[in-house]
Ligand binder design. Structure first.
Ligand SMILES: [Zn+2]
Ligand SMILES: [Zn+2]
Length: 451
């Protein structure tokens, strides 16, 4: 069972929405189905591309790249190619340069064969070169296929740069179902992260009057529900369940482009992921897959949310707290290391922690506290349910399970919000003066999951 609407209905046309905006996504075609790879030459010809350049890495070449290349050759379509030789490709300045120098200037289409990193790199490079790109998904592992932004690692900081959407997204179910199980689990983790991310958005609407779109939220919730209805089939690589996960991931990307930013897809669970990933790379460790980190972040965020729901905060007391900028900067240096300067300059621009802004938010939180509690209670799943689901996939459920040192759990609860100027539950904890205590308690909770 796939989602009961055709994603192609949302492409390449203006949607006049009840939120008052016109949503538009320029993607022309989505083909996620049996036999999609066989249709690749047909899709390329339909758009009239003649000079094609295929980009992939050596692992994906074996798993999907060869297959794509074979289909093109059989159809008499010639192409150049770059197979990145690194064992683990990081989307940093060096690899961007490598692709940029390899793609001939007269290329009309960059054909990315891969998932997370290859997609991000090709999205960015093709945009900067003024070329179109098409993505052939090798695994249903993350939600960046249809999105506008490319998350890159620039000067050690995970930074999302506006780029463009692909012309087409191709996902062959045979390839996707054969993806390594930890990649499928990652895609499921990225999908489940929408629970906490949508809650963050709903709360920001309530507390900050942030722009919100019912239709977009409805689409993402529908996709999430479709995945949940067959959640036990995902680990069995059931084609329809894999299709549902892939479509949910693609749909989330569409939702981001409709909203004009990553709000519909990325909340505090993603901030955790960005924080851990930056720390891993700075410490010379290879981070877990994006979706794996998001899954772990989602469990942590759910646990914090459910704890917050029990809280009777002293709003007046919270409003009296001073903000010691110097102490905060010192903490950022110790937590963020090489990335601290960027984090501090973001705060100077955004003023997230400025007491005046904070107190405005606290006032709204106080007025809406009963409703906030009710939303958390009624709309978020139980933490335990998500822990079990991730465990059934063999995925880690807390940060040390992916090689993150235990201390980075409390650090993330305290400081991951600083990575973006975006209101989430983590900012609520900070506003209420609860970040440190919740960070320590969360670290203990994660310890209990290890036993
Ligand atoms: Zn809308
Ligand atoms: Zn994601």
């Amino acid at each position: 069972m796939s989602i009961d609407f055709d994603l192609n209905n949302y492409l390449n046309r203006e949607i006049h929405c009840s939120c008052g905006r016109i949503h538009y996504n320029p993607i022309k075609l989505i083909d996620i189905d049996e036999g999609a790879m066989k249709r690749l030459p047909e899709h390329i010809r339909k758009f009239g591309y003649e000079r094609i350049f295929l980009v992939t890495d050596q692992n994906i070449w074996e798993a999907a790249g060869k297959y794509a290349a074979q289909e093109l050759e059989n159809a008499g379509i010639s192409f150049g190619k770059l197979i990145l030789a690194q064992e683990e490709v990081i989307p940093d300045e060096a690899v961007i340069g490598e692709i940029l120098t390899a793609v001939p200037m007269d290329t009309e289409l960059i054909l990315a064969v891969g998932s997370g990193t290859i997609n991000d790199l090709c999205k960015f490079v093709s945009h900067r070169m003024g070329k179109d790109y098409m993505i052939v998904a090798s695994a249903p592992s993350m939600d960046g296929f249809a999105s506008l932004g490319a998350p890159l690692m620039l000067k050690h900081v995970k930074t999302t740069i506006d780029a463009h959407t692909p012309v087409a997204i191709i996902g062959d179910l045979e390839v996707l179902c054969a993806a390594p199980i930890h990649m499928i689990a990652a895609g499921l983790g990225d999908t489940l992260g929408k629970y906490t991310c949508l809650m963050d958005w709903k709360l920001s609407r309530l507390i900050n009057d942030e722009y919100y779109c019912e239709e977009i939220v409805g689409l993402v919730e529908k996709a999430l529900q479709t995945v949940m209805e067959q959640k036990d089939l995902v680990v069995k690589r059931n084609p329809q369940a894999i299709k549902a996960v892939t479509e949910a991931l693609v749909l989330t990307g569409l939702a981001m482009s409709f909203a004009g930013n990553s709000r519909p897809a990325s909340g505090c669970e993603h901030h955790f992921s960005h924080f851990w990933e930056m720390k891993a790379l700075m410490n010379g460790r290879m981070p877990a897959l994006h979706g794996t980190q998001v899954g772990v972040g989602m469990v942590l965020a759910l646990w914090l949310y459910h704890r917050l729901e029990q809280e009777e905060p002293d709003f007046e007391e919270a409003m009296k707290r001073p903000f010691d900028m110097q102490a905060w900067e010192e903490k950022m240096h110790s937590y963020y290391m090489d990335a601290a300067d960027a984090i501090i300059s973001l705060e100077k621009k955004a003023g997230k922690n400025d007491p005046e802004h904070r107190n405005k938010r606290l006032k709204r939180m106080k007025e809406n506290w009963p409703q906030i509690r009710m939303m958390i209670r009624e709309e978020l799943p139980a933490t335990e349910e998500m822990v079990e689901l991730l465990r059934s996939m063999g995925a880690p459920v807390e940060a040390t399970g992916m090689g993150v040192p235990a201390e980075e759990i409390h650090q993330a609860v305290e400081a991951a919000k600083e990575v973006r100027d975006r209101f989430t539950m983590l900012q609520m904890l900070w506003d209420l003066g609860l970040s440190e205590a919740y960070g320590k308690a969360a670290e203990q909770y994660c310890g209990s999951l290890r036993e």
